[in-house]
Design a protein around this ligand. Structure first.
Ligand code: G6P
Length: 367
């Protein structure tokens, strides 16, 4: 089928805008009917006896895995190891009894991820994949392939596939928690209810686009940008930096906020904008104190937070972007939107080829 830009200037813009719709579809697929129960159409996966989860992917998909590690460990109590496929496949990691191996790939054809899957075949208890293309090699070689239902993604920089991967992984983590008796019925219900409301919040986040494009026009002037996040916001900081460097060619790096003191603070001066991803959650105060360390060295902080976060922490920042209030576990999915829009509008301001950035391929099928 012909895929067009649907009135948008770039596929990436279209794919960002599609997120409320495709996320809604993905969520309904795994929470069918009235949405109060988790179903895995196409085969069950019982987490009650799982001892360890090994998650392997490349690029943006690997950051979806890293985010999911926080969910699986905190909500379901399952130890998780995350690795990039190119490292995993040559390290000969021991796959111990009770291990489920989970591979995340938009295309389902990434050479390193497929090789990592083949390494685990016959060793892991189960080979599970989270993919966008059901007829792909990774899907076919898995015991269970879970679709993310994002629809065709054309822009080289992944956007809607990332948030759909996150949604499916979160649903899996909730299922794991349920299987292991780690979540009461009421708590689970609340999480599912929050998930069903997520597409609406994503829509609201997209509503900040014009504000974000103003900030992006300022970012386009800079040479280096730092992204900081803590807890579940750390993988998203990595994704925000990746997105920005891929399409705007601005040097961007991400650090766990707590690592600031262990190196990157040496880079801070008035020329380096620092993007701080900090919803008003249990780690907010820690993020704000890191942010203040940046400002004390004349660093320009762009704070992305919610209304409560702005009330308590906006003073002295270079600029701010306000997100709607969201439940803690969902924040990495919601905050992916400003990260994507920031990268997109910075690239547009610089006039780069957003959908076909230099030197990059949509799918890396050779090593
Ligand atoms: C390439 C793409 C990225 C993608 C990565 C993994 O680098 O440019 O957008 O995240 O491959 O691809 P996959 O299809 O396995 O998710």
């Amino acid at each position: 089928t012909q895929v067009d830009k649907g009135g948008h200037k770039h596929f990436m813009a279209k794919e960002i805008a599609e997120q409320p719709t495709v996320l809604g579809e993905a969520i309904r697929h795994y929470l069918p009917n009235d949405g109060t129960q988790i179903c895995l159409p196409g085969g069950d996966l019982d987490f009650s006896k799982v001892k360890r989860l090994v998650m392997v992917a490349c690029g943006t998909a690997s950051y979806a895995c890293l985010t999911a590690k926080y969910w699986f460990e905190q909500i379901a109590g399952i130890p998780v190891e995350v690795d990039v496929a190119s490292e995993f496949r040559y390290r000969e990691p021991p796959i111990t009894e009770g291990t489920v191996a989970l591979f995340v790939s938009q295309s389902g054809e990434t050479a390193d991820t497929l090789a990592a899957l083949r390494y685990c075949s016959g060793k892991a208890d189960r080979i599970v994949s989270v993919i966008n293309v059901p007829e792909s090699s990774i899907a076919r070689e898995s015991d269970l392939a879970l679709p993310i239902l994002a629809g065709a993604e054309i822009g080289v920089a992944s956007t809607k596939a990332f948030t759909c991967q996150l949604s499916v992984l979160l649903i899996l983590a909730l299922k794991a928690a349920q299987d292991r008796g780690q979540l009461g019925a009421e708590e689970l219900n609340q999480h599912l209810c929050d998930l069903r409301a997520l597409p609406g919040l994503i829509n609201q986040a997209i509503g900040s686009e014009s504000k974000i494009s103003q900030v992006a026009a300022k970012l386009a002037e800079t040479r280096d940008i730092l992204f900081l996040g803590r807890g579940r916001m750390f993988p998203l900081a990595l994704e925000g930096a990746l997105k920005l460097k891929e399409i705007s060619y601005i040097h961007a790096e991400a650090y766990a906020s707590g690592e600031l003191k262990h190196g990157p603070i040496a880079l801070i001066d008035q020329h380096v904008p620092v993007v701080v991803l900090a919803p008003h959650d249990e780690l907010y105060d820690k993020s704000i104190s890191n942010m203040q360390e940046v400002m004390a060295r004349a660093g320009k902080v762009l704070l992305i937070t919610d209304a409560k976060g702005l009330k308590d922490g906006a003073e002295g920042t270079w600029d701010t972007i306000q997100m709607p209030q969201v439940s803690d576990i969902l924040s990495p999915i919601l905050y992916a939107i400003p990260a994507q829009l920031l990268a997109y509008h910075t690239a547009v301001a610089k006039g780069t080829d957003v959908d076909q950035p230099r030197n990059l391929a949509k799918s890396v099928t050779v090593e």
